[in-house]
Ligand binder design. Structure first.
Ligand SMILES: [Zn+2]
Length: 283
């Protein structure tokens, strides 16, 4: 059974799911040959693999922090069809199932601004305008990522949809940060370049325990192996160095890892067995 809730010292952390979507398996595993990755992720007839859109909700007392907002729901039907998006259960419904409403969220954190990480930042109002989904939240985004998202290159332009993030600024909810920053006690964003130059991960620490939200540094548990790096990454060598750096720390300090795109595991750990890093599910 998938573990979707953990206690971490003073925090409770819940796995939420906006749904699933499909991406090309080759692009998801970079230089790793299909004969290796398809054992972990079988491809469909279009060579695509099924990925999840995972968020986490961090609760301490009455304070609520939402990390990632999935793909959203106000997308062009053609786009929805292209990625075969399945909104099961949907981010807001999964939040409501826990007894919370969109007004309850204090902070929204995006690891970066690709459409599958910040799609639910905004939604359409009755007039059909894009407005922030979480009207009382501060949205924490890296300054460099924000600037890049407004001026992407030809190669990654399709990954950025301004309707996901410009309304956040328009409504005064944007809080740009530059580098590592403590957002609230025990919750810190950490710059981890590789996927994009200002991609950030999230570290939650309490009473000697740590959870690390990986974002697109390691999108699924099948990407734990060092060479399993997405073709989408702008700086794959930096991804590699950061995987090694954070795995060593994670092993030394017994961190729980949280996965952004894993359809089976919200959480898990990394272990080193015979000099190779492997995934270990939480029991
Ligand atoms: Zn991404």
């Amino acid at each position: 059974m998938t573990i979707d809730k953990i206690s971490l010292g003073q925090f409770e952390i819940f796995g939420l799911r906006d749904g699933f979507f499909y991406l090309d398996g080759g692009a998801m595993f970079g230089v790793v040959p299909k004969t290796l990755w398809e054992k972990k992720f079988p491809a469909d007839e279009r060579n695509r693999i099924k990925l999840a859109l995972n968020s986490i909700l961090i609760k301490r007392g009455t304070a609520l922090i939402l990390v990632e907002t999935g793909i959203g729901s106000d997308l062009d039907p053609k786009f929805f069809d292209y990625y075969s998006v399945e909104k099961i259960p949907g981010l807001v419904p999964s939040l409501q199932k826990l007894g919370y409403q969109v007004d309850d969220i204090d902070f929204v954190i995006n690891t970066h601004l690709h459409f599958d990480h910040c799609g639910g930042n905004t939604c359409k109002n009755e007039k059909g305008e894009d407005v922030p989904t979480f009207p009382k939240a501060k949205y924490i985004i890296q300054k460099g990522e924000w600037e890049y998202a407004l001026h992407p290159t030809e190669r990654d332009e399709p990954s950025y949809l301004t309707s996901n993030f410009l309304p956040v600024e328009r409504y005064g909810l944007l809080q740009l940060v530059d580098g590592n920053r403590e957002i609230s006690e025990g919750v810190e964003v950490i710059i981890v370049p590789g996927h994009t130059s200002r991609h950030q991960c999230l570290k939650v620490s309490s009473e000697g325990k740590t959870l690390f939200f990986l974002g697109d540094l390691v999108p699924t548990s099948a990407h734990i192996g060092l060479s399993y790096i997405m073709s989408y990454d702008l700086f794959p060598q930096e991804t590699l160095q950061n995987k090694k750096k954070f795995y060593e720390q994670a092993i030394d300090e017994d961190w729980i890892l949280a996965f952004n795109h894993d359809p089976e595991h919200f959480f898990g750990k990394v272990k080193k067995v015979k000099n190779k890093y492997t995934f270990e599910p939480l029991l």
